[in-house]
Design a protein around this ligand. Structure first.
Ligand code: ADP
Ligand code: MG
Length: 388
């Protein structure tokens, strides 16, 4: 569907719900992370790009302290909230994401006095592709424009992260929101999560006869949230034992010495090894892409998967099956992407091998008795923007 048609549909849906035309329509994408996993809460490097899948929001201002929310993707009607009643961790439904953004803006002193919001999204939820960041960022950008707050993209991302961490109560890093807010079409975003400095890296796989496939395993293992928390704590313990602010401060050249200092803390050693080598892999991928050697990033992706599987231990049988099958059938490289324990994997391949790989992965899943995965091509797409 073209952007103009999609925007028109959300306008009409908004008018049907709220009885007036919206002040505007905004879009914000989901993302896929090319490399740099579990580094964003260690002050490290990540390299996501925006998906063509995006959240759209039709939004109008209100002056009476009320917030009305509706999503075409959720059963149930319009939720109506009062801004003065917004309290962190008081809402377990989807409305916590957009309400949390309004709460974070007001908490930071921005004069938001209410809104009517209608959302719709093509980002699959819970697939590791950041549907939550897409709806946060689309709301933040809309309110930034409508209330003329003058906030920059990275500031909006920070506020959205605060909404998710404090209001929703999910302890996520800064990658997802920054990707949705700051990515550019045709580029991957090399992001330093310590100071949010960014570099747009051109990524035109099609021009070089390659494709990047996203394989959504459609599984989400229920222990993922608890395990995520344990990994974060383990990383913090590693930094404390090594006397650094964050694992980002352990240089790759000093990894062996750092591991030796951790002595018999085997669990922490593995986490440290993943984070330090993963930061180095992001830098290698950036260097390869800037040198025009795109094919050579494949093995770096596969190496990253092994590190997430063996050292960080956040993979699962379904993700390993995608990666092993893809590599065995001629992929240039493959890895899980996102937090792990389900969700999606990415596969870098020559265009000539797309059909063979898709078929092989489908057959491997059927043989293992898993639900059929959804496979689609990811092209670096635009970040958040106003459509109307
Ligand atoms: P993801 O990896 O997709 O970001 P999360 O668990 O972080 O997974 O966020 C998924 C949640 O975000 C959903 O359970 C829902 O509450 C909310 N969400 C995402 N997309 C929509 C939508 N289109 N409408 C309403 N809520 C949504
Ligand atoms: Mg999310």
């Amino acid at each position: 569907m073209g952007a103009a048609v999609a925007a028109q549909e959300v306008r009409e849906a908004f008018a049907g719900l709220y009885g007036a035309e919206p002040d505007g329509v905004w879009a914000a994408p989901g993302r896929v992370n090319l490399i740099g996993e579990h580094t964003d809460y260690n002050d490290g490097f990540v390299m996501p790009f925006a998906l063509p899948h995006q959240a759209l929001a039709a939004v109008s201002r209100r002056a009476d302290g009320r917030l009305r929310l509706h999503s075409s993707d959720i059963e149930g009607g319009v939720a109506e909230l009062r801004l003065d009643d917004l309290v962190p961790e008081s809402d377990e439904s989807w409305t916590a994401y957009p309400a949390g953004v309004v709460w974070a803006l007001r908490e930071a002193g921005h004069p938001v006095t209410g809104a009517d919001i209608h959302l719709t999204s093509t980002v699959p939820t819970g697939a590791g592709l950041s549907s939550s960041a897409a709806i946060e960022v689309v709301v933040a950008l809309a309110l930034n424009d409508l209330y003329e707050l003058g906030l920059q993209r990275w500031q909006l991302a920070r506020l959205c992260q605060r909404a998710e961490n404090v209001y929703v109560g999910a302890p996520t890093g800064i990658m997802d929101q920054t990707a949705s807010a700051c990515c550019e079409e045709g580029h991957a975003l090399f992001l330093d999560t310590r100071d949010l400095s960014q570099k747009q890296i051109p990524l035109d796989l099609a021009a070089e006869g390659m494709r990047l496939l996203v394989v959504d395993t459609q599984v989400k293992h229920s222990h993922s949230t608890g395990e995520y928390g344990k990994r974060r704590e383990g990383c913090e313990k590693g930094a404390a034992l090594l006397g650094v602010d964050a694992l980002r401060d352990v240089p790759f050249a000093g990894l062996d010495a750092a591991l030796a200092r951790l002595g018999d803390e085997e669990e922490v050693r593995r986490l440290v090894r993943h984070v330090v080598t993963e930061d180095a892999r992001v830098e290698r991928v950036v260097a390869l892409l800037e040198a025009g050697d795109t094919r050579a990033i494949g093995p770096v992706l596969t190496e990253g998967h092994a590190s997430l599987r063996d050292d960080f231990r956040v993979s699962c049988p379904e993700l390993d099956l995608v990666v092993d099958t893809a590599v065995a059938h001629g992929a240039l490289g493959a890895r899980m992407t996102g937090g792990g324990f389900g969700g999606s994997a990415i596969v870098l391949t020559d265009i000539t091998e797309v059909d063979t790989l898709t078929k092989a992965i489908g057959e491997a899943f059927a043989a293992a008795g898993h639900t059929a995965p959804r496979v689609f091509e990811a092209v670096p797409s635009p970040g958040a923007r106003r459509l109307v």
